[in-house]
Design a binder for this molecule. Structure first.
Ligand code: ADP
Ligand code: MG
Ligand code: ZN
Length: 194
């Protein structure tokens, strides 16, 4: 791993519900790194195959190539000698060991930028994201626009053929506009079995 002038790096976390602009924000930060000639590498966990397995793609179809990883330790193996920043999208699908690796990378001088869902369709903490937020130096929590009432949406509603999901449904159901919409706390519904 690289050490840049003995200066440590830091961890930035971008979170929020689906459609809140997390991937767009990542792409914006990537563009700024391009302008400042910083060398970065982009990663995504294996599970997210919504649009493409080797790109991260925003809902308005902006994209950038990404390396698919199945474990946090894969990041180190892929790093090039001149890499200065590490970008990861859909971090909620990474395994819990990721936190350890992110801390290590920041301590070694890398800028680490991570985005992911903070909460699942139930409104509960999603995978490793909460732990990543805790170890991050800067956390940006984004909102979308509630698909029902237009308030700021902080939650993701799973709704399939007009029916809201049940609490006991699986946490991970890969989908997009067909299954999910952003909602505010007032409009968010989780059905419970009797
Ligand atoms: P995320 O990565 O958080 O899911 P993206 O960056 O992929 O979000 O997409 C954000 C884009 O989604 C917005 O710029 C907008 O074009 C689109 N969008 C669609 N529906 C909504 C909504 N209800 N609220 C906000 N943005 C929305
Ligand atoms: Mg996204
Ligand atoms: Zn609402």
């Amino acid at each position: 791993m690289n050490y840049f002038d003995n200066e440590k790096g830091w961890i930035e976390c971008i979170c929020g519900p689906m459609f809140s602009g997390k991937t767009e924000e990542l792409l914006k930060r990537i563009k700024r790194m391009e302008y400042s000639k910083k060398k970065y590498m982009v990663f995504k966990p294996k599970i997210d195959s919504r649009y493409s397995i080797n790109e991260i793609v925003s809902h308005n179809q902006k994209k950038v190539p990404a390396i698919t990883i199945s474990h946090g330790s894969d990041i180190k193996r892929h790093l090039k000698s001149d890499t200065q920043a590490i970008v990861i999208d859909e971090v909620q699908f990474c395994d819990k060991s990721l936190v350890k690796y992110l801390k290590e990378l920041a301590d070694c001088g890398y800028r680490v930028i991570v985005a992911g869902l903070d909460r699942d369709f139930r409104g509960e903490p999603f995978g490793v994201t909460g732990d990543v937020m805790a170890v991050s130096d800067i956390v940006t929590k984004l909102t979308a626009v509630c698909a029902c009432c237009g308030r700021d949406a902080t939650l993701t509603q799973r709704i399939i053929d007009g029916v809201p999901a049940y609490y006991d449904d699986p946490q991970v159901v890969i989908g997009d506009e067909d299954k999910y919409e952003p909602r505010c706390r007032n409009c968010h519904i989780v059905l419970k079995d009797e």
